[in-house]
Design a protein around this ligand. Structure first.
Ligand SMILES: Cc1cc2nc3c(=O)[nH]c(=O)nc-3n(C[C@H](O)[C@H](O)[C@H](O)COP(=O)(O)O)c2cc1C
Length: 183
């Protein structure tokens, strides 16, 4: 067990067919687990999150999958968002998902893995995620931009580029340090 074992909810940002950002999402979830943490991947592909109609705390009858997401966020010490950049922002489905909750995020530590096919590592999505996190009264933390994702992971989420081994190790360490400040 790690000195400070934490519970992380890893939120995958896109349900696009043939999405490549699922590879780092699976990898980083495994890395948290290997270091003794309790990490779960929340993949919207496993759920049916409807288009936003109302916040979970503002309705008596939230969609069951929204309710599940809300409960998982409440139970988690921290959120790890793994997302590609789409048109210089975050994917619409991720924004739709995040908007369902608000009080549930208060004081939660966030960290981010942003992903691109090209060389910018999704940093414009990261910038928007910082703004969103602050509006949620949560705590923006460390980030790891992954450029040229197809050269970094194969389709089984195995690392192809060894230089990312240290980067992910450092990211997990920083995310845990960031989290333990708030729990
Ligand atoms: C709708 C759409 C918009 C995109 N916009 C950007 C962008 O603004 N910047 C960027 O670096 N890559 C962009 N990409 C390419 C992604 O970097 C690429 O798809 C990468 O593999 C990560 O996303 P994925 O998980 O969907 O595969 C875009 C891809 C899609 C499908």
């Amino acid at each position: 067990m790690a000195d400070h074992a934490i519970t992380s909810l890893v939120v995958q940002g896109t349900i696009r067919e043939e999405r490549r950002s699922i590879r780092p999402a699976r990898y980083v979830t495994d890395q948290f687990q290997e270091k003794g943490h309790d990490a779960e991947l929340f993949d919207m592909k496993d759920y049916e999150i409807p288009l936003f109609t109302n916040r979970r705390d503002m309705t008596n009858d939230p969609h069951p999958d929204v309710e599940t997401f809300g409960q998982k966020v409440e139970a988690a010490d921290s959120l790890v968002i793994v997302t590609p950049e789409y048109n210089h922002s975050i994917p619409g489905p991720l924004k739709n998902l995040l908007d369902y909750l608000y009080p549930e995020y208060e004081d939660k530590p966030f960290s981010y893995v942003t992903v691109s096919a090209g060389g910018f590592g999704g940093v414009r999505a990261l910038s928007h995620l910082h703004d969103i996190t602050l509006e949620l009264n949560a705590h923006p933390g460390p980030d790891l931009p992954v450029s040229r994702v197809a050269d970094v992971f194969d389709e089984d989420s195995t690392l192809l580029d060894d230089t990312y081994e240290d980067k992910f190790e450092a990211f997990v360490k920083q995310a845990v340090e960031h989290t333990v400040q708030f729990i």
